[in-house]
Design a protein around this ligand. Structure first.
Ligand SMILES: O=C(O)CCC(=O)C(=O)O
Length: 264
């Protein structure tokens, strides 16, 4: 099995994405998938966004232990940290449902790149997206499409080029795709009779404002019991992470000769 460093290299300098097969059992995944579909059917206000054939379900983290395990899965975390640094945070965590017949969502790059004007900065990497397959993702049920190497272009997707380059990434339930936020991707059409469910984690370096405010949505009890890693992912360590940089800067300044152009 490739180590975290070579997987991170594949994400940054290689194809732009990697697949880690079957990190959960089919049973664990099918229970979690059912739970997502039940929650979506209840449609509680504020946590559900349904746009025709597709929907997103937020505030999943404290619904079942498996979601917490996904967010801080050691195999995923070690690769994401190798790309974004070990003080990265969780920018978003939601389920994405493609109902039977759902069309593709459109080729895109991820947050925060889509809020910026291209050409996008090649470094530092500002997002790694994690797509958990909540059932077998096949050629016909809406598997994600990725255009290899396009993270190196630092541009928003060109639809014609995307159509020529993109390939479906299929895999067994419980597998996960980790991708560079700049790698052009899309969902494909769900031609099957069943909803296709993914769970999406968006990881950012600590200096990117999160897409969702996950910590504020959690109950105090959940947060008190969260592991140190989860607390960091939810932004609890933000102050100390920044403070660490300030301390480093101060000690570098002490070591460095005085800047001749300094003012005052
Ligand atoms: O659900 C998927 O397969 C991917 C969704 C996606 O790429 C996104 O929401 O940015």
């Amino acid at each position: 099995m490739p180590d975290a460093t070579s997987l991170a290299e594949e994400i940054v300098q290689g194809k732009g994405y990697v697949l880690l097969p079957e990190l959960f059992t089919p049973r664990e995944i099918s229970e979690a998938r059912l739970q997502i579909l039940q929650l979506a059917a209840e449609q509680p206000a504020g946590r559900f966004l349904k746009a025709g054939e597709r929907s997103r379900l937020y505030r999943l983290l404290d619904e079942a232990e498996i979601f917490e395990q996904m967010v801080e899965h050691p195999r995923v975390i070690e690769v994401v940290e190798a790309v974004l640094g070990n003080d990265m945070t969780l920018g978003g965590f939601s389920a994405h449902i493609l109902y039977p017949g759902a069309s593709n969502m459109g080729a895109h790059v991820d947050y925060p790149y889509f809020t910026m004007t291209p050409p996008y900065p090649a470094t530092p990497v500002m997002e790694v997206q994690v797509i958990w397959m909540m059932e077998d993702f096949t050629e016909t049920n809406g598997a994600p499409l990725f255009a290899a190497d396009t993270q190196k272009l630092c541009q928003s997707p060109d639809p014609e080029k995307f159509a020529k380059l993109a390939h479906k990434v299929t895999g067994a339930a419980g597998s996960v795709v980790l991708s560079h936020g700049l790698c052009w991707h899309d969902t494909s059409i769900n031609h099957s009779e069943k909803p296709r469910v993914s769970v999406l984690g968006n990881y950012n370096p600590k200096f990117v404002r999160p897409l969702e405010n996950s910590a504020q949505q959690m109950s105090p009890t959940f947060l008190e019991q969260a592991s140190p890693k989860l607390r960091q992912l939810l932004g609890y360590e933000f102050e100390s992470a920044i403070f660490k940089d300030v301390q480093r800067l101060q000690s570098n300044n002490r070591a460095a000769p005085e800047c001749p152009n300094s003012v005052g």
